[in-house]
Design a protein around this ligand. Structure first.
Ligand code: GLU
Length: 310
């Protein structure tokens, strides 16, 4: 039983972890530890322009500082097979399966391309609608003659995907609502949605815990995993942390990141604040991650956005 419960950290090394990232990492850790499972660290470094390995090392160090250890995967200088940059062959194979199923078409729009390799967080909305699917071969040839390289989009069916989120309950959406999406950029870099689906299936991940801003990506990923023929994990999304102005945090804003937090708090103090903010502790007290594990149940975690109170 313990061996079949596998969770993961999947950070992108694009900045220092902020308090929101830490909250979802803590909940991923608690979810795995309370099931006596295995925690995998996978580095989501798809986009060469947005990946900085100094950040990756700092992320690992920040998690260890808090006592949020993982069991296998990437460690600084080790486990490169758990970096997405080294897993291209798996994505190539998945891309080929989609192609053989007739589900891919070239897209010449540039709008949402740049961002496709990273997970869609707030403030990075992408417009996926375009008419490239209906181009004739002649139109395609004309564009390509001008030297334009296409991105590749996958055709989604008119189908409702439903899943039972371990925290937010039943979620359902028709794939057509968000529309066809990019699986490979025109420079050959694979998109987040494809890579994360392939990796979660290949690593036998049974429980995905991540922030709620990725809820809408889950429909795509469930469908992709099913289409590619893998086991679909359970998903548990965690509430978002917002600042007083209601602003969502981003790694690129540098606010409340681990550099600042580690100067102000000890690990036990920071975990105490996180425990109180998410609903696990009735009142603030210093505690370790293992102590929080004794209190952990998704039922106790708040569902609404959490106002940062440190
Ligand atoms: N790599 C993504 C991020 O850092 C997380 C993806 C996921 O958990 O599915 O935002």
């Amino acid at each position: 039983m313990s061996h079949s419960f596998i969770g993961r950290y999947a950070p992108s090394p694009s900045g220092r972890l902020h308090i929101g990232n830490i909250m979802s990492s803590l909940l991923a850790w608690l979810d795995v530890r309370s099931h006596d499972g295995t925690l995998v660290f996978r580095l989501e470094d798809l986009d060469p322009d947005r990946s900085d390995y100094e950040y990756a090392a700092l992320m690992a160090e920040d998690l260890q500082w808090l006592g949020l250890y993982w069991d296998e995967g990437w460690f600084p200088g080790n486990g490169s097979e758990y970096t997405q940059g080294a897993r291209t062959r798996l994505y190539d194979a998945a891309f080929q399966v989609l192609d053989e199923k007739g589900l891919l078409y070239p897209c010449y729009c540039s709008r949402s391309q740049r961002l496709a390799a990273s997970a869609p967080h707030p403030g990075e909305e992408r417009d996926s609608s375009c008419s490239c699917r209906y181009m004739t071969d002649l139109q395609r040839a004309e564009i390509e003659a001008k030297g334009r390289k296409p991105a590749w989009k996958v055709i989604v069916p008119d189908e409702v995907i439903e899943f039972n989120d371990a925290h937010y309950g039943v979620q359902s959406e028709n794939l057509k609502t968000q529309g066809d999406f990019i699986v490979r950029r025109s420079d050959g870099v694979y998109a987040y949605q494809l890579a994360v689906s392939v990796d979660d299936a290949a690593m036998n991940i049974s429980s995905v815990v991540r922030a709620r801003d990725l809820m809408s990506s889950t429909f795509k990923q469930i469908w992709l995993i099913r289409t590619l023929g893998g086991n679909i994990p359970e998903y548990a999304h965690s509430p978002l942390l917002v600042s007083e102005e209601g602003r969502k945090l981003s790694k690129r804003e540098g606010d409340l990141n681990m550099e600042t937090l580690r100067k102000k708090y000890t690990p036990e103090q920071l975990l105490g604040h996180l425990g109180e903010m998410c609903g696990l502790l009735d009142t603030y007290r210093e505690c370790t991650a293992l102590e929080l594990c004794q209190e952990f149940s998704w039922k106790r975690i708040y569902k609404d956005d959490i106002l940062i109170s440190i």
